[in-house]
Design a protein around this ligand. Structure first.
Ligand code: AMP
Ligand code: MG
Length: 481
């Protein structure tokens, strides 16, 4: 039987300027709705602890992690383009961290665990609906191979929380090497506290980017590289984040802070998943540009690290920012090619792939299934309305595939390994939420089992891979959480 890890107090740069000691406000009646056994295994957590009341008490905020004390940190950020000088962990508590088996740091954070000095008058709580959505997506993106903060557990309570209606409170226990955001750097930079910017950067580099110690430009290049790759990963699985504010951008290039996210169903490149995003700032086709824009904000915050001479620093920052487009283009193109089963590279490939996406966008056909069923022509034909256009495109595609050397079986297996069958669609989340509201967590459990193997067809799970029902279109997901 393994033991609990050895925990320590969590924040990166322990100077009191960066965070405040702050205890969760417990939800005494909290019950464990679900936990990620995949993550628990990775963390080598003892099975009896996970089953016992000690784990529940940690999630409920009733008990601290042994050896660690809870903290809340302050950050700033650009929200929908506007700089907000002070945000922070307004409903989250860093409760401890430890070293994983691979030596990597694992920070534990409760979300929905009560007010902190950074709550700005809000209640510090999160509702079951949004917490379940965050819990599922964190683990689903990881299973899709996309960097994300993880979620170890979802706890729900009967405590009422007032939003548009009265809802149930919930807490997600999130795990990541670090929860630092671009906004942490923006906070100190906006106040002219360049010493703090440097301290924070030094701590982050020492802990998470050891190969870049003493080389700030290298570190920023790596953050930009990870962010650009993340945008390419989001685009090619049809993931829409919904609130790409710079405070929701991880310094480690992880997907963080799942709110009104969505996966594309009927393909509309201008799809806006967040009902509160009236201008479509964070529409699916805008995401790569917004990722780059956020990198520019991070570079601005870190100018003092690049040079004492402003003009030199700005010139260097512009050069660094230039790497975003190259990394993004290379990554997204490689990922599309893999999804279309193109192992070799031909000049006409981009047009061929773009034309397919245009075809399914024109008919508003299902993004996930059309790509998944590229090698299954009968199933693909069932999805597409304009059979003539599809036949024309398939003739071009077949001519192109004839120049590939892999066997069709090998190609199909490779394509299936990158075109998921199961993604957390809004209607599937909604069904899991409705059941969970009634203390039935079996729908969530079944969904999680499918999503943990998103590329493998699983018997008895057909409904989870089906087209969304008509009522799904009426679902509206907003910033309210
Ligand atoms: P988000 O939109 O979830 O990324 O939150 C933006 C900011 O508002 C962050 O600083 C959050 O901590 C804070 N926040 C959101 N909801 C609440 C809440 N219910 N109570 C306190 N702070 C909140
Ligand atoms: Mg946030």
């Amino acid at each position: 039987m393994s033991n609990l890890p050895t925990f320590e107090t969590a924040f990166e740069a322990l100077d009191p300027a960066f965070c405040v000691p702050c205890a969760p406000t417990p939800l005494a009646d909290l019950q464990l709705a679900h936990h990620s056994s995949a993550l628990a295994t990775t963390l080598n957590l003892p099975a009896d602890w996970l089953r016992g009341d000690g784990f529940r008490q940690v999630i409920a905020g009733l008990a601290p992690l042994p050896g660690a004390s809870p903290q809340a940190s302050v950050y700033a950020g650009h929200q929908f383009g506007q700089f907000v000088p002070q945000l922070g962990d307004g409903r989250a508590h860093l409760i401890g961290r430890h070293h994983g088996a691979d030596g990597q740091l694992c920070s534990w954070q409760l979300k929905g665990s009560g007010p902190t000095p950074y709550s700005r008058g809000a209640d510090g709580r999160a509702v079951l609906r949004s917490s379940l959505r965050e819990y599922v997506a964190s683990e689903a993106l990881h299973a899709l191979g996309i960097p994300s903060t993880r979620a170890l557990a979802l706890g729900v309570s009967n405590q009422p929380v007032r939003r548009e209606t009265v809802e149930r409170a919930a807490i997600v226990l999130r795990i990541a090497p670090s929860f630092l955001r671009f906004g942490h750097f923006e906070f100190y930079a906006a106040r002219g506290q360049t010493d703090q910017v440097r301290q924070l950067a030094d701590a982050v580099i020492a802990q998470h980017f050891p190969q870049s110690v003493g080389r700030y430009a290298d570190w920023l290049t790596e953050v930009i590289r990870r962010t650009a790759q993340l945008m390419a990963q989001w685009q090619t699985v049809g993931f829409c984040h919904g609130v790409m504010n710079s405070d929701n951008f991880s310094i480690l290039g992880l997907t963080i802070d799942y709110g009104p996210y969505g996966f594309l169903d009927a393909f509309d490149p201008q799809h806006i998943c967040n009902h509160s995003d009236h201008s479509g700032r964070y529409a699916w086709d805008q995401q790569p540009a917004v990722g780059q824009w956020n990198c520019a904000r991070l570079l601005e915050a870190c100018l003092s690290l690049l040079s004492d001479d402003d003009a030199v620093a700005i010139e260097q920052a512009n050069t660094l920012l230039g790497s975003f487009a190259t990394v993004y283009t290379d990554t997204v193109s490689a990922r599309w090619r893999a999804k279309f089963g193109l192992a070799t590279q031909q000049p006409e490939d981009d047009a061929l792939m773009q034309d397919f996406l245009r075809l399914i966008a024109k008919g508003r056909h299902d993004f996930t299934l059309c790509l998944r069923h590229l090698p299954r022509r009968a199933l693909l034909a069932d999805l597409v309305l304009d059979q003539g256009a599809l036949a024309d495109w398939l003739a071009r595609y077949d001519a192109r595939l004839a120049r590939e050397s892999l066997s069709q079986a090998t190609r199909t297996a490779a394509m299936d390994a990158v075109n998921p069958l199961y993604v957390p669609r809004n209607h599937l989340l909604e069904l899991a939420i409705r059941a969970a509201e009634q203390d039935d967590f079996s729908v969530l459990d079944r969904l999680m089992r499918a999503l943990m193997q998103p590329f493998t067809e699983q018997p008895g799970m057909d409904d989870l891979a089906a087209l969304p029902p008509d009522w799904s279109a009426a679902l509206s997901v907003s910033c309210s959480s």
